[in-house]
Design a protein. Structure first.
Length: 218
C-alpha cells in the first residue's frame, strides 16, 4: 500500500464551469444579486443555520464580501445560474488542510431560485471534482448543526457518509451547536463521479427541467 499523499495546494481563486452553474470567486459585483436572493420572500429563512443572518442592504453584503476576501480560509465562491447570468447562491472552501489532503464545503447559502433545479447538485459536484480530481484531496467534508435536518438530508443525498456528532461543539448566534460530521473519501469518489455525471446529463431531465431519475449515490 502506498503512503498517503498531501493535496497539491489549497484551492485558488479560479472559475469552475459546469453545464448549469458557474462558480466564480466571490466579489463585490455579486453583492446586489445575493442581496436580492436573500431578501426575497423566504430567502432570509435560509440563513437560520449559518453564522450570520440575511444582509439588510447591498452595502452590508459588499462589506461581508470584502472582509471575506481578506482571508484565505474560508474562501467563498458565488454560484452563478448560467441561464440568467445572476448569482443565486454562495458556498465556501473551509478547513483547508492540503498537508492532510482534507477539505470542507461549508458556509452554503443556496437561494430559492436554485430550488428544484440541477444548480445545487452541480455546484456541489464542481467542488468535489476539483478537490479530488484536480487537487488530489483524499477527504471532502460536510458539517452542519445536528438540528439542521435539511442539511443532513442533503449530505446523505449527495453521498456523504455520516461519521458522528461533536457534542457542544460551538456557540452560534447565542445557541449551542452539536455538529454532525459527514465525508466522502477518495476511494469512494470514482463511482460517485460517474453517478453525478449521469444525473446531470441533459438526458435525465424532461422539457420542464424535471429529473427523470434520482441521484443514486448509495
Amino acid at each position: 500500500m502506498s503512503a498517503p499523499q498531501p493535496a497539491k495546494s489549497a484551492p485558488q481563486r479560479i472559475v469552475l464551469e459546469g453545464r448549469y452553474a458557474r462558480l466564480e470567486p466571490l466579489d463585490s459585483k455579486h453583492a446586489a444579486d445575493l442581496h436580492a436572493v436573500s431578501t426575497m420572500p423566504g430567502g432570509a429563512e435560509r440563513y437560520r443555520w449559518l453564522f450570520t443572518g440575511a444582509p439588510e442592504s447591498v452595502e452590508e453584503m459588499e462589506t461581508r464580501i470584502e472582509q471575506g476576501k481578506a482571508v484565505s480560509d474560508p474562501s467563498y465562491v458565488a454560484v452563478i445560474d448560467r441561464a440568467s447570468g445572476r448569482a443565486v447562491g454562495q458556498q465556501g472552501w473551509m478547513r483547508i488542510r492540503p498537508e492532510h489532503g482534507s477539505i470542507e464545503i461549508g458556509g452554503i447559502y443556496w437561494g430559492l431560485p436554485m430550488a428544484r433545479t440541477p444548480l445545487a447538485t452541480e455546484a456541489l459536484f464542481l467542488f468535489a471534482r476539483h478537490a479530488f480530481d484536480e487537487l488530489g484531496y483524499r477527504r471532502f467534508e460536510w458539517k452542519c448543526n445536528n438540528r439542521n435536518e435539511p442539511s443532513k438530508a442533503a449530505a446523505t443525498r449527495f453521498g456523504f457518509q455520516f461519521e458522528g456528532v461533536f457534542r457542544q461543539d460551538m456557540i452560534i448566534k447565542g445557541e449551542g451547536r452539536d455538529t454532525a460530521w459527514f465525508s466522502i473519501i477518495d476511494g469512494e469518489w470514482p463511482a460517485m463521479r460517474a453517478e453525478y455525471e449521469r444525473w446531470l446529463s441533459p438526458d435525465n431531465f424532461d422539457a420542464d427541467g424535471v429529473q427523470k431519475s434520482k441521484l443514486r449515490t448509495r
